[in-house]
Design a protein around this ligand. Sequence first.
Ligand code: NAD
Length: 263
Amino acid sequence: MSGISALLELDGKRIVVVGGAGLLGSKICEAISRAGARCVIADINVARAEEIAEKIGSDTGARPEVTTVSIVDPSSVDEMINSVARKIGGIDVLINSSYPRNSNYGRKFENVEFKDFCENVNLHLGGYFLVSQKVLEYFKANGGGVLLNMSSVYGMIAPRFRIYDGTAMTMPVEYAAIKSAIIHLTKYMAAYYAGNNIRVNCISLGGLWDHQPESFLSEYRKHCIDKGMLDAADVVGTVLFLASDMSRYVNGQNVCVDDGFTL
Ligand SMILES: NC(=O)c1ccc[n+]([C@@H]2O[C@H](COP(=O)([O-])OP(=O)(O)OC[C@H]3O[C@@H](n4cnc5c(N)ncnc54)[C@H](O)[C@@H]3O)[C@@H](O)[C@H]2O)c1
């Protein structure tokens, strides 16, 4: 294969998806498996990851490997990287789609306890930092690689709180702090590892449909151009692009996939 089609090709790329057992991560794993990548699902929920690997294997003929990881445990992240390298010979791309949070996550601003704010920032932003630090050093020692982290439209703009009226939902303050930080961390890390054949990007996606109340869905849709809340599958084209050599000169960027929500 040559030219543009070769750049799009994921054949042979060894891709680990952290949080690959989740709503978005599982769709990413399916898409990259279909595109010919060697996929490893790395997740704290191994039982769910095995179910997803089985399903992808029967649907695509390419069953992902599974490995356990807790993104907030340095030795677990080291072991995950070693285990992926043992299973498939190395890592070319790491996609972090994990979403750690504690049991008090999701409270309204005035009800968030200081310790919960700190814990959720540590789990999510701290965990994304830890995985990034470890895999970027791995890439540096092994000739390069691609890191792709997940941010959110709510790392880019202030929340549209009115769309939550009449529901028990809100947009947690920790999330705004975490996701905006991931966007800037992306630029920091891309600049820091310049010259090492390493690319670092993030995707800021809009809300994903997940059985939310109809009142919320219709209010949300008013801020979009076409569909409103997206399906996880709507984001995977951008993931494939950023994982492939097609995006060779896209580095340090926040790529927004939101049906116009942030316009
Ligand atoms: N769902 C949305 O509407 C939405 C919108 C914008 C951005 N995002 C972002 O997309 C990413 C994925 O979200 P999702 O909706 O698929 O979440 P999800 O909760 O469905 O999946 C997250 C996965 O992370 C795993 N996980 C949790 N803690 C972990 C830990 N400590 N170590 C390893 N794995 C851990 C879970 O087991 C789960 O499989 C997140 O970064 C999220 O912020 C989601």
